[in-house]
Design a binder for this molecule. Structure first.
Ligand code: ZN
Length: 340
């Protein structure tokens, strides 16, 4: 089969890879219906993560089960399935407490390379969720979004304790931030302030439920949020970037006693004890427990209550994956869907 392999920063190739096989009795092999490029893939593409050898890429997937191992019970060949960016057993104490991305057996799906024609999914019973039937073609982008960006935005809102009547700030206008807006709206936020400088992303944020846009960053951005919140800051802030600047933006935009949900993959963030002490905000975040949300999110998509697939503004054949990375790197695309 063919799939995406990164050789060096800026160098993603579509090349032949070994066909995935059932290696453990708990494995499934799926044929990809749709996969995509994630903002977090850009960390490698831009050289922020070391690349020691040619490495398969991709951790978001919607596919059809082709084959299952002897111990797999929950899915069968022919099922259309979605899983999260971590495989998880669904049975350990951490999974049962609601944090499957930190499962004691967690396996990062990025290491298996989902930007490919086929994919081995470990711990299939715990990891995969079948859709209610064969999805209509127009639902595929939204179902694929559930694999990571929707579930991650959803967790951002949960971690930020979004509730009816609250004012929410969303830092970051990538797919996760935009879907954090959607999640905040569905979870009942009254006011949603999206921080974005890009007209197309601002429009999508408004489509998803943003009530206000703040273009400024740093001190000016904080001041604008304070202006909009009686000088207090937001009740809840979703941080969806992962940089020092965005973390500080999030903490400083939040009122005392408020909550910051941080879901941008952290790179180079260092917080001072004094800042944390006097901010007096709740901080919670990490790799989103997407698997926990999948049944609910798939249901909402299937009933056409939400349309998270709108974040895909470029669709390419999987063979043009390198152009997909370029388009996202240059911010010509919010998120790129890849079709095998
Ligand atoms: Zn587990």
């Amino acid at each position: 089969m063919y799939g995406a392999v990164i050789h060096a920063p800026g160098d993603v190739r579509f090349e032949q890879r070994p066909d995935p096989q059932i290696e453990q009795p708990t494995d499934a092999v799926i044929r990809m219906l749709a996969t995509c490029v994630c903002g977090s893939d850009l960390w490698s593409y831009r050289g922020a993560n070391p690349i020691r050898r040619p490495t398969p890429m991709g951790h978001e997937y919607l596919g059809v089960v082709e084959e299952v191992g002897a111990d797999v019970r929950a899915v069968r060949p022919g099922d259309v399935v979605i899983g999260s960016f971590f495989a998880s057993d669904g049975t350990c104490e951490i999974c049962r407490s609601g944090y499957p991305s930190r499962c004691v057996q967690a396996i990062g799906m990025g290491s298996l390379g989902a930007q490919a024609e086929r994919l081995r999914v470990p711990l299939a019973d715990g990891t995969l969720v079948a859709t209610p039937g064969t999805p209509d073609a127009d639902l595929i982008p939204s179902l694929l979004a559930a694999s990571d960006v929707l579930g991650t935005g959803w967790f951002g809102a949960e971690a930020a304790a979004v509730r009816p009547g609250k004012t929410v700030v969303v830092v970051g206008d990538g797919a996760v931030g935009l879907l954090g807006v959607l999640a905040a709206r569905v979870q009942g936020a009254e006011r949603i302030i999206a921080m974005s400088r890009h007209a197309d992303r601002q429009r999508l944020a408004r489509t998803f439920g943003a009530t206000d846009i703040v273009e400024e960053r740093g001190d000016e951005g904080v001041a604008r949020v304070k202006d909009l919140t009686d000088g207090l800051g937001a009740h809840s802030t979703i941080e969806a970037v992962g940089t020092q600047e965005s973390m500080l933006q999030a903490i400083r935009s939040t009122r005392a006693g408020g909550h910051v949900g941080f879901v941008g993959v952290s790179h180079g963030v260092e917080l001072s004890g004094q800042l944390l002490f006097y901010s007096e905000v709740h901080l919670f975040g990490g790799p989103a427990p997407v698997r926990r949300f999948l049944p609910d999110l798939i249901g909402r998509i299937w009933r056409r209550e939400i349309d998270p697939g709108l974040v895909f503004d470029l669709t390419l054949p999987l063979s043009e994956v390198a152009e997909g990375y370029r388009a996202m790197d240059e911010r010509r695309a919010i998120k790129v869907l890849l079709q095998p």
